[in-house]
Design a binder for this molecule. Structure first.
Ligand code: NIG
Ligand code: FE
Length: 395
């Protein structure tokens, strides 16, 4: 396999290539190279430039003029779950509002599932995402809510990705409905001890009906003390303290950011925390769109991600999220593409993905289209024709 040897592959005859390397092309964050070629060595990019200048390689792959982009970095998903929530979706589309409590349905189905069922479900959605160009993804626990079920979810997730997030604080578990403080003690104590070995990140759903600002601070602080890095579900369903807490704790990302005050926007613009927008959730819950334009104009870093989960956003498609962000959130096609690749990498504090540059991972999606703009211009059309991950053709 080329990923474990040093053989070289030249991907020749690319059309327009998004590198996300601003030193390339005619300027701008996307670093566009026309009539491009890329050389892969092992699992890394070894050379990037115009096809006319390309060096020789052990094998040559003709890209037939396809546009290419860095593989999508989906920095927020909830893919360890059992069952689905078709009935809830049906009810919602008939006018019922989305509430955090629907999570309990998936908790029951997840606890009842076997390890094999959960692993197969996870693999199925990862394959689905890969076919749509996602080469890096984060996923979370949060549908177990017991020590054993949360640790199991993270163990299964860690077999598939290094970006694993402990979300024992998704909602208060049904067993602790009358004792939320006791549940916070569990999440910051025995459950954290059992989960930390499998996770890189810790997350809290900071929202009415889930965890308030003080509880979220206690949970994230306990996680940090165990070596986990914080990220937060913040300001999704209502205004609240989540975004400012994220910036205060130097969280890598504040996710959702749908209801923001001027002070929240200001904090994101001046802090080190990425605003991760999840338009699949607003689409599927018929909620107000997050205002990407306001964040970008203020100077915040924006990532786009699917939030793929069976309740609020059952899509694994980054191209779909790009189309929504462009149509309804005030992003340009260039900004949305950057946020779905380099932005996701920032939200995961990763340097090796989200860009096509020497030394980066050889993760690319090739499009049956003349440019990345078609991802928004042609919504719902399966434009991803080839996916290369870790230097190997995966789709
Ligand atoms: O990101 N906001 C909290 N968690 C998920 C929803 C989970 C669910 O509805 O099952 C989200 O939207
Ligand atoms: Fe989420």
């Amino acid at each position: 396999m080329s990923a474990t040897t040093n053989t070289t592959t030249l991907i020749s005859n690319l059309g327009s290539l998004v590198t996300n390397d601003p030193s390339r092309g005619s300027g701008g964050p996307l670093g566009l190279v026309e009539d491009a070629a890329v050389v892969i060595e092992g699992d890394r990019i070894a050379w990037v430039g115009t096809a006319a200048d390309a060096p020789a390689a052990d094998t040559v792959h003709d890209a037939q003029g396809r546009a290419a982009i860095p593989g999508f970095v989906d920095s927020h998903s909830h893919l360890v779950f059992g069952g689905d929530r078709t009935q809830e979706f049906n009810a919602r589309m008939s006018g019922r509002p989305y509430e955090a409590g629907g999570i309990r349905t998936t908790v029951a189905a997840t606890r009842a599932a076997t390890d094999e069922e959960l692993a197969a479900n996870l693999a199925k959605y990862l394959r689905e995402a890969l076919r749509q160009g996602t080469t890096t993804f984060e996923t979370k626990s949060g549908y177990g809510l017991t020590v054993e079920d949360e640790a199991r979810a993270l163990r299964l997730a860690s077999a598939q990705t290094s970006e694993v997030t402990y979300l024992g604080a998704h909602i208060v578990s049904p067993e602790y409905a009358d004792d939320p403080a006791g549940y916070v003690d569990l999440v910051t104590g025995e459950m954290l001890d059992a989960c930390a070995p499998y996770a890189r990140w810790i997350d809290v759903f900071c929202e009415k009906g889930a965890f308030d600002g003080d509880q979220a601070r206690a949970i994230l602080t306990a996680g940090k003390a165990k070596g986990l890095l914080p990220r937060i579900h913040a300001n999704q369903l209502s205004y609240g303290p989540g975004v400012q807490l994220a910036v205060e704790l130097d969280a890598a990302s504040a996710d959702h950011c749908t209801h923001l005050t001027d002070a929240d926007v200001d904090a994101l613009a001046h802090g080190n925390t990425v605003a991760t927008l999840l338009p699949g959730a607003e689409f599927s819950t018929r909620a107000q769109w997050p205002d990407a334009r306001r964040l970008l104009d203020a100077g915040a870093t924006v990532a786009l991600s699917t939030d793929c989960n069976p309740g609020s956003s059952f899509t694994s498609s980054m191209p779909f999220c790009i189309a929504l962000a462009v149509r309804d959130m005030g992003m340009t096609p260039d900004e949305a593409l950057w946020s779905a690749t380099a932005g996701g990498a920032r939200a995961l504090r990763r340097q090796d993905v989200g860009r096509i540059a020497v030394g980066a991972r050889a993760d690319l999606a090739l499009l049956d289209a003349p440019s990345h703009v078609h991802l928004a211009y042609r919504p719902g059309v399966p434009l991803v024709a080839e996916v290369w991950r870790d230097g190997v053709r995966a789709v």
